[in-house]
Design a protein around this ligand. Structure first.
Ligand SMILES: NC(=O)c1ccc[n+]([C@@H]2O[C@H](COP(=O)([O-])OP(=O)(O)OC[C@H]3O[C@@H](n4cnc5c(N)ncnc54)[C@H](O)[C@@H]3O)[C@@H](O)[C@H]2O)c1
Ligand SMILES: O=P(O)(O)OC[C@@H](O)[C@@H](O)[C@H](O)[C@H](O)CO
Length: 439
């Protein structure tokens, strides 16, 4: 059936689970991962999700007429499988502060989950809330007035203040963004914001809000118009907002859930006491390789991860980066040879079109968190960290082209002043830039 003639996907009345989870930043990934796992785990229909967009209202406009239903296409190398996911039961634009406040402060709400992108946390290089950010300042100054908060920290603290006032009790916040120690970062972000507006509220949050850390993994590119056609053919429905993802998924969580949670382990999630090695494995090997390819692959004329990995030069650079990272990922439960083999298979999936330009967004933050730690660990061990340095050199080469007139040393200093201050390192990176330009 073509999308022009297919009936729209809509929810049957009376089939929505009660809201017990509020999600901020509904996009493609949350629907490929935690909303899908919630639907699988929640066989009794007790854990409905109320989803809010972060900035744009697009997903709310698309999903609300469908009662929150959407199609998830699992795209393997050999074909597509479509399923309709029903765990999202209400969708709102992020600007709907009335709905947000009512839902976060409801005693029935047990969890807040987040996919607001790395930039959405509004943290500075030191991991604390960036109070020099004009949007953060505006939310701090407007707190407690009629002005609606606009940043994620502002909205979260506003909602938690209402929860404290309503006496709804403790809850958990689960960050599902690709940041190391994402639970700790949420805790710091909330503590910094609340302390600046109401120290009593900061104490209440510290005692009543559990920040759960997670490592989240499922490659989910942006949906295309062609995907909407594919869904109509597979299901017979017109879905304005389907999501396409890969077969692989992984979710590791660590923390407390004072008001309960879905039995996510029944759907494949793992609960651990020490999440740090799992986070480092995923962020350095998967996201680090993505970040490397986002610069090096584009420099060599490639558009997608699969195209770049098919280039033996890029493949060698990725493997060399993994060798460096692997020396600092020593916990046996990480099963690195297996994880690396899976990564190659996932990156090579020719039917997942993961654009390097999309992955390159907010590159500076990503390099700081995924490449620099490997470079520092290698140098601390007395080695050069050549492969990590090459990823930085590739990024700096593209930046120099995009910012004519700026010296390479200025560009590197924006990333990390140490890259310029240490003469040996600076010379190595500039040497690698010359090598990349010569190719
Ligand atoms: N796509 C993936 O493969 C994948 C996998 C693992 C983790 N993640 C995490 O999920 C995040 C979102 O990915 P996605 O694929 O859903 O992207 P998306 O573009 O589909 O959705 C992003 C959501 O974040 C919101 N947002 C963007 N900037 C914001 C800001 N400054 N403040 C508040 N909200 C903001 C958007 O409005 C939207 O609701 C990633 O940044 C990453 O941290 C993604
Ligand atoms: O937007 P980011 O960099 O956090 O990540 C881009 C991709 O590396 C990322 O979305 C991966 O596909 C994902 O982390 C896989 O689990």
């Amino acid at each position: 059936m073509s999308v022009d003639t297919a009936p729209r996907l809509t929810r049957e009345p009376g089939t929505a689970a009660p809201v017990r989870i509020v999600h901020l930043g509904i996009g493609a990934f949350a629907r490929a991962h935690q909303a899908w796992l919630t639907a699988l785990a929640d066989t009794a229909g007790e854990w409905g999700i109320a989803a809010f967009t972060g900035r744009s209202t697009t997903v709310a406009d698309e999903l609300a007429p469908q009662g929150g239903l959407y199609t998830l296409i699992t795209r393997g190398a050999d074909g597509d499988r479509a399923e309709i996911v029903d765990s999202i039961v209400a969708v709102y634009p992020g600007s709907d502060i009335e709905a947000w406040t009512a839902l976060v402060s409801a005693p029935t709400t047990a969890l807040l989950t987040l996919t607001i992108t790395e930039a959405g946390y509004r943290l500075g290089a030191d991991g604390a809330l960036d109070t020099t950010d004009p949007a953060v300042r505006a939310d701090l100054e407007g707190f407690g007035t009629d002005r609606a908060p606009e940043t994620a920290p502002g909205r979260l603290v506003h909602g938690l203040a209402a929860r404290r006032a309503s006496g709804a009790g403790p809850m958990a916040i689960v960050s599902c963004d690709n940041l190391p120690g994402n639970g700790e970062l949420v805790r710091a972000m909330l503590a910094d914001f609340a302390a600046a507006v109401d120290p009593g509220l900061a104490d209440w949050i510290a005692e009543n809000v559990s920040s759960v850390s997670t490592s989240i993994d499922r490659i989910t590119p942006r949906t295309t118009a062609e995907d909407i056609e594919t869904v109509a053919k597979l299901t017979g429905f017109r879905d304005a907002s389907p999501v396409v993802t890969e077969p692989f998924f992984d979710w590791v969580l660590s923390g407390d859930f004072p008001a309960g949670r879905p039995a996510w382990e029944a759907a494949g999630a793992r609960f651990v006491t020490d999440i740090e090695p799992f986070e480092a494995r995923k962020l350095w090997l998967l996201n680090g390789a993505h970040t490397l390819l986002a610069s090096a692959g584009r420099l060599r004329g490639h558009e997608t991860v699969a195209e770049a990995l098919a280039d033996p030069v890029c493949r060698e650079w990725v493997e060399a980066f993994w060798d460096e990272a692997a020396r600092h990922l020593t916990a046996p439960e990480l099963e690195l040879p297996r994880y690396r083999a899976q990564l190659i298979e996932r990156f090579e999936n020719p039917r997942i079109r993961h654009n390097l330009a999309q992955i390159a967004l907010d590159n500076v933050t990503k390099i700081r968190l995924r490449i620099l730690p490997v470079l520092r660990a290698e140098r601390a061990a007395g080695r050069t960290g050549e492969a990590a340095a090459r990823a930085i050199a590739a990024w700096a080469t593209l930046e120099a082209a995009a910012q004519p007139g700026r010296e390479i040393t200025e560009i590197l200093a924006d990333l990390d002043p140490q890259l310029v201050d240490e003469a040996v390192l600076r010379a190595r990176i500039t040497g690698l830039i010359a090598e990349l330009l010569a190719r």
